[in-house]
Design a binder for this molecule. Structure first.
Ligand code: UDP
Length: 252
């Protein structure tokens, strides 16, 4: 990198830099992978490039159906220009099929379809391991209002419906996903928009025919072929042709 930029925040998989105009930031996707609250770490070459494109693709499609989000435009292979938001300190999880922590917590066999889609909230705090919280905690601690929670739930269900169809059309089952929301201020008024990323790092994606995992569980559970699986998701979404040749070459 030739220019010096102010780093605003560095997370486990992304870095945020100051943007070129007020109210914007640059979101940089790293190749770093972490799991189990960063106890397990690795560098997966090319992951950042693939997630940058997948998240762009998904956010653009969501914007087109009226789900406001932070994506503005792609800057390069690893970076996108985004709207600066005040992140709501919640991880919003939406589940269609039992897996991961829900399967464990409720003693459900992984792969069991849920009676309906379930939304959960976790408090975004790495030191505490992102504990599950209820609306009571959220409103009592002023992380979000009851109205915000209603808006978040409505947007999350809409995102779930759209993504279920989008992935379903290319033979991928959307098992669950995690999203985050951010607040944008306009004078005294604020609105919530979708922020962060949507990628195989933040979703459980299973091949609809074989149930093969095409997401971060390949890393968490040492199943191998992590990048190959992320690449397969991009290929099915039809965005591999836009990838740099090094990534495309890695396919074969
Ligand atoms: N998830 C995430 N970041 C987190 C925790 C969960 O992106 O810090 C995603 C995860 O990839 C999965 C969904 O949220 O798609 C539900 O995860 P779960 O609560 O089952 O947690 P895990 O089994 O990953 O600990």
């Amino acid at each position: 990198m030739t220019t010096r930029r102010k780093k605003i925040y560095e997370g486990k998989a992304k870095i945020l830099y100051e943007g070129p105009e007020p109210g914007t930031l640059i979101q940089y996707f790293k190749d770093d992978a972490t799991a189990f609250n960063a106890q397990k770490k690795a560098v997966l070459e090319g992951k950042g490039v693939i997630n940058n494109r997948i998240s762009e693709f998904v956010m653009t499609k969501l914007a087109a159906i009226g789900v406001a989000n932070h994506f503005i435009r792609r800057l390069n292979h690893r970076e996108q220009l985004i709207k600066e938001v005040e992140i709501v300190p919640l991880e919003v999880i939406c589940r269609n099929i039992a897996a991961g922590s829900l399967a464990k917590r409720l003693g459900l066999e992984e792969g069991t379809p849920l009676p309906r889609s379930i939304i959960e909230f976790c408090y975004k705090n790495d030191e505490l391991g992102d504990p599950l919280v209820t609306e009571e905690h959220i409103t009592a601690f002023n992380w979000a209002t009851t109205q915000d929670i209603d808006d978040i739930m409505a947007m999350t269900l809409r995102i779930n419906d759209f993504l279920t169809g989008m992935f379903g059309a290319v033979g991928i089952t959307l098992v669950d996903f995690k999203i985050e929301f951010g607040r944008i201020w306009d004078g005294d008024f604020s609105r919530l928009i979708l922020a962060d990323e949507i990628s195989p790092d933040s979703c459980r994606l299973w091949d609809s025919t074989t149930n093969e995992k095409l997401d971060k569980d390949r890393f968490r559970r040492d199943l191998g072929d992590v990048i190959e699986s992320y690449t397969e998701v991009a290929r099915r979404l039809g965005i591999m042709k836009d990838m740099p040749t090094v990534i495309q070459g890695g396919l074969h």
